[in-house]
Ligand binder design. Structure first.
Ligand SMILES: [Zn+2]
Length: 381
């Protein structure tokens, strides 16, 4: 029994010594071998694009890339999110025989396009309108794609963007922008037999109201894909204008949708308007009333047609002179049913609503000028 006990002890001792030796040997070996090198895999939708030795460099490149698509957005806008449409992962790995690429090469891969941008080169005799017709790209889209270009002044050699590049990494930006916009005032008419024909007397001035409008906008790769009104809040109620009218007929606005010269929906009023995307303030010298193609357009009052023709920006258009320095203009018509020199009666059909020229959809752009100066058409309707 005693012997067995001694024998067991001996085994334990020798095992302990062997283990100690083994441990010190692995320590020596570990010190001799180099530390494993770390790299970072850049994965897009599960597929490895490249391996780079710096995570910070990858993040920096992605930030630079995102900022490319933020340029046209109003600086006052509230950015809600900037994200990639693709699923992006940066994964730490131990390098074996993976090939590390340079920052420059990685940058080139991130900025690569699926489809390159398509440009058209202007040739002598071209007009923006003709280019739109021939390419079957709506004129409004061409203007949206080439914001720095003046459609009235293009020269041979100019490059017009037809289709923006489609990048491999798509950037989705969602933002909200709040603008203060005017509210048009209404007009109430009181018939007055004591007034001479066509006389109008404003007994109470109309005052525009004000509203705060919040837009929710989604952009993909720098171009809007969705523009929604999130909230409208009236800050100042408009004041109704009261006008006494004489007996001679003019086409007056009789409801929220009947503008006299056309029946439709007011999509843009007269005055300064800020573009919800760029925040740029532009003057709109007319009213826009949206209506289906072919909706009749009527002469505002008696007069003589001074223009009935075509302009690249105006499309088919008619100008009527009513005397006393008053003229009315009707733009983007699908058809014209009067000719230059013809006298027209109040309410006579002069054409149909259309979307010719620089127009984003079927609407009547109705302009009133008094001695050559644009005045608010709503004051005359
Ligand atoms: Zn307009």
């Amino acid at each position: 029994m005693k012997f067995v006990y001694k024998y067991d002890k001996l085994i334990i001792i020798s095992l302990t010594v062997a283990l100690g030796l083994l441990l010190s040997m692995t320590n020596v070996l570990n010190q001799l071998l180099p530390e494993p090198t770390i790299g970072y895999q850049f994965k897009v939708d599960g597929e490895v694009w490249f391996v780079l030795d710096s995570k910070e460099e990858i993040h920096r490149m992605l930030e630079v890339y995102k900022s490319k698509y933020m340029k046209n957005i109003d600086e006052n806008a509230q950015i809600r999110s900037i994200s990639f449409e693709q699923d992006i992962e940066i994964i730490e790995i131990e390098l074996d025989d993976e090939v590390l690429i340079t920052v420059k090469e990685a940058e080139a891969m991130i900025n690569e396009n699926e489809i390159e941008a398509d440009y058209y080169t202007v040739v002598s005799g071209d007009s923006f309108w003709m280019i739109a017709q021939n390419s079957k790209i709506p004129l409004s889209r061409l203007i949206e794609l080439n914001p720095d270009m003046n459609p009235e002044r293009i020269w041979p050699g100019n490059k017009i963007l037809f289709e923006p590049a489609d990048p491999k990494l798509d950037i989705i930006v969602r933002f909200q922008n709040t603008l203060i916009e005017p509210i048009e005032f209404a007009t109430e008419y009181i018939q007055d037999n004591s007034l001479y024909a066509s006389q109008r007397i404003t007994t109470k001035a109309g005052v525009e109201g004000e509203e705060r409008v919040t837009y929710d906008i989604t952009m993909k790769n720098g171009y809007p894909t969705e523009v929604e009104v999130l909230q409208r809040e009236t800050l100042l109620e408009p004041v109704t204008r009261i006008v006494k009218v004489g007996t001679k007929r003019t086409l007056t606005r009789s409801s929220r949708s009947n503008f006299g010269v056309v029946v439709g929906t007011l999509t843009s009023g007269f005055g300064y308007r800020r573009d919800p995307i760029s925040g740029v303030r532009k003057f709109h010298n007319a009213i826009d009333v949206a209506a289906p193609r072919g909706t009749p357009v009527y002469a505002y009052t008696n007069g003589k047609v001074v223009t009935a023709g075509w302009g690249n920006m105006t499309g088919n258009y008619v100008v009527i002179d009513h005397g006393s320095g008053l003229r009315t203009k009707y733009l983007h018509l699908s058809s014209i049913s009067v000719s230059v020199g013809q006298t027209v009666k109040v309410g006579q059909k002069i054409g149909g609503v259309g979307s010719t020229g620089y127009s984003t959809g079927n609407h009547l752009h109705f302009e009133v000028t008094k001695n050559g100066v644009a005045v608010n058409p709503l004051l005359y309707l």
